[in-house]
Design a protein around this ligand. Structure first.
Ligand code: NDP
Length: 466
C-alpha cells in the first residue's frame, strides 16, 4: 500500500518538530506535520522561552539593589514597562516561530497549518476535511493547563494567558505550588505586582528534595510573596473589576487577577485516538512502550502527551530517538531515570538531578554532603541569602546518585553535574577535579566530610553528633 507520507506528525512543539526534522532531514523520510496554533508549541510560544525572558526582566530591581550594595549610589531599576517588554517578546517569539518553520521547510517537511485528527491507524483529517495517509503517525500534541474545577474558576487565568496580558495586575493570587506557580509568583513579584501564593501543602515544589523545598518556600516569602500555606481556594466570584476568592478555611480576599497553576494534562481530547483503539491512561495520556509506540503499531507518541517526564528536552530526546529508531535503523531509547530539572526562582534557583535525600534514605545507606553558605557576591552587597548544595552518595565511596542545588545559576550547574552523574562518577572522582576559585560550583568538588548518613544502621545521625 502506498501512503502520502512515511510519517505524519500531529503537533509542532519541541518533540514533534525534532522528530519531523530528523526523520526527513537526516533519514530521508517523506514527512508532513500539522500544527493548529503557532509552530514551536508550549516551550517556545507559551512556556520555557517567554517565561525565562520574564525571569530576566523581573531581576532588575534585585540587580539595582545589589549595585547599591557595591557603591552605585542611587542605582534603581526605574519603572517596568510591560507594554514595551511585551512588544519585544512578541517580536522574539515571531522570530523563533519562523526559525522553527524554516527548519522544517529546509528539511523538506510539509507544514500544514491546521488541526489534525485521526481517522484510522494510517489516516489523518485536516480542518478543511482533506485526508492524508501515512505509514507512521506521531502524536506530539503536548498538554494544556488544567483548572481545579471549582465554581468560578473560569474567572482565573492559566499560564498561557499571562504572556498575553495587556497590563500587569496590581494584585494577583497564584494557586498551586509547582514549577509554574513558583516561577510566576517570583516573576510577577519582581515586576512589581502584589503576589499571594495559595498552595494546599506546607512547602512548595512537592517531589523535590525537602531541604530545597524549605529554602524555596522561604525565599518566596523573603522576596515579598504573601504565602497562604496550606490553603485551598473553593470559589471565585466577580466583584467589580476584581475577583473575590473564598478559601476552605472560611476566609476570603479580593485580587485583581487569579492565576491557576494547578497542573497540566495531556491534550488528547477530540483527536480520535480512543475511536481507533489507541489505549489512553487515566489522565488522557497516550500509553506507550519504551520505543514510544502506542497500542496501535503505526501510531507513536512523544512528549507531554505521554505524561512521562514532562520537560522539553525529554520530548526532544524522545522525538529524536523515535525518528532514529523508525527511519534511521538506529534503535535508541530514552533513559528517563536521570533527568535534571531547574525551577527558575530568584535570586536562587532550585535545580536537581537524581535521588532526593528522602528517596535515597528509603533505598539504602547513603552519605549526604551539604554545603550551606552565603555567596560572596550577594553577601558583600548586604544580603543574608544562603545557598545550599547537596550531594547524595552511595555509602562506602560509591556513586553520586543525587545532586540538589539552591543558588544563583543552579540550573547551569546541574546541567554540568549531569555529565559525570550520567557516567556513574563516584564522589572521589568528583573530588579529583581541582576547584575553580572563586566560584560557587567549586563547593561541588570540595565537600570533604559527609554531613550525615542516611538509610542505614546509623540512619539520620548527623555525622559527629552524640
Ligand atoms: P505541577 O504538577 O508541577 O504543579 C501543580 C501544582 O498545583 C501542585 O502544587 C499541586 O499540588 C497543585 N494542584 C493540583 N491540583 C490542584 C487543585 N485541584 N487544587 C489546588 N492545587 C492543585 O504543574 P505545573 O502546572 O506547575 O507545571 C506542569 C509541568 O510543566 C511540570 O510538571 C513541569 O514538568 C513542567 N514545567 C517545567 C518547568 C521547568 O522546567 N522550569 C517550568 C514550568 C513547567 P500538589 O503538589 O499537592 O499535588
Amino acid at each position: 500500500m502506498s501512503f502520502d507520507y512515511d510519517l505524519f506528525v500531529i503537533g509542532g512543539g519541541s518533540g514533534g518538530v525534532r522528530a519531523a526534522r530528523i526523520a526527513a532531514g537526516e533519514h530521508g523520510a517523506r514527512v508532513g506535520i500539522a500544527e493548529e496554533s503557532r509552530m514551536g508549541g508550549t516551550c517556545v510560544i507559551r512556556g520555557c522561552v517567554p517565561k525565562k525572558l520574564m525571569v530576566f526582566a523581573s531581576e532588575a530591581p534585585a540587580f539595582a539593589a545589589e549595585a547599591r550594595g557595591y557603591g552605585w549610589s542611587g542605582a534603581t531599576a526605574g519603572a517596568f514597562d510591560w507594554t514595551a517588554f511585551r512588544r519585544k517578546l512578541d517580536t522574539e517569539l515571531t522570530r523563533l516561530e519562523g526559525a522553527y518553520t524554516g527548519g522544517l521547510v529546509a528539511a523538506n517537511v510539509d507544514v500544514h497549518k491546521s488541526r489534525a485528527r485521526l481517522v484510522d491507524a494510517h489516516t489523518v483529517e485536516l480542518a478543511d476535511g482533506s485526508r492524508l495517509s501515512a505509514k507512521h503517525i506521531l502524536i506530539a500534541v503536548g498538554g494544556r493547563p488544567v483548572r481545579p474545577g471549582i465554581p468560578g474558576d473560569e474567572l482565573g487565568l492559566v499560564s498561557d494567558d499571562v504572556f498575553l496580558l495587556d497590563r500587569l495586575p496590581r494584585s494577583i493570587l497564584v494557586v498551586g505550588g509547582g514549577f509554574i506557580a513558583c516561577e510566576f509568583a517570583g516573576i510577577l513579584q519582581g515586576m512589581g505586582c502584589q503576589v499571594t501564593l495559595a498552595y494546599r501543602g506546607d512547602a512548595v515544589l512537592r517531589g523535590f528534595d525537602e531541604e530545597m523545598r524549605r529554602h524555596a518556600t522561604e525565599q518566596l516569602r523573603v522576596n515579598g510573596v504573601e504565602l497562604r500555606l496550606p490553603a485551598t481556594p473553593q470559589q471565585l466570584e466577580r466583584e467589580g473589576d476584581a475577583i473575590r476568592v473564598s478559601f476552605a478555611d472560611g476566609s476570603s480576599a479580593v485580587y485583581e487577577q487569579v492565576l491557576f497553576a494547578t497542573g497540566r494534562a495531556p491534550h488528547t481530547k477530540g483527536l480520535g485516538l480512543d475511536e481507533i483503539g489507541v489505549r489512553l491512561g487515566s489522565r488522557g495520556q497516550v500509553l506507550v512502550d519504551e520505543w514510544s509506540q502506542s497500542s496501535v503499531p503505526s501510531i507513536f507518541a512523544v512528549g507531554d502527551v505521554t505524561d512521562r517526564v514532562n520537560l522539553t528536552p525529554v520530548a526532544i530526546r524522545e522525538g529524536h530517538c523515535f525518528a532514529d529508531t523508525v527511519f534511521g535503523a538506529k534503535p535508541r531509547k530514552v533513559d528517563h531515570a536521570l533527568v535534571g530539572a531547574a525551577v527558575y526562582l530568584r535570586p536562587h534557583e532550585v535545580a536537581s538531578i537524581g535521588l532526593t535525600e528522602e528517596a535515597a534514605a528509603a533505598s539504602g545507606p547513603h552519605d549526604v554532603y551539604v554545603a550551606s553558605f552565603r555567596p560572596m557576591r550577594s553577601l558583600f552587597a548586604g544580603s543574608d541569602a544562603r545557598m545550599v548544595m547537596k550531594l547524595i552518595v552511595q555509602s562506602g565511596g560509591g556513586k553520586v546518585v543525587g545532586c540538589h542545588i539552591f543558588g544563583p545559576e543552579a540550573g547551569e550547574m546541574i546541567q554540568l553535574v549531569a555529565i559525570p552523574m550520567g557516567m556513574g562518577a563516584t564522589k572521589a572522582q568528583f573530588d579529583a577535579a581541582v576547584a575553580v576559585h572563586p566560584t560557587l560550583a567549586e563547593e561541588l568538588v570540595t565537600m570533604r566530610r559527609p554531613t550525615r548518613h542516611i538509610g542505614g544502621k546509623i540512619a539520620e545521625n548527623p555525622v559527629g553528633s552524640a
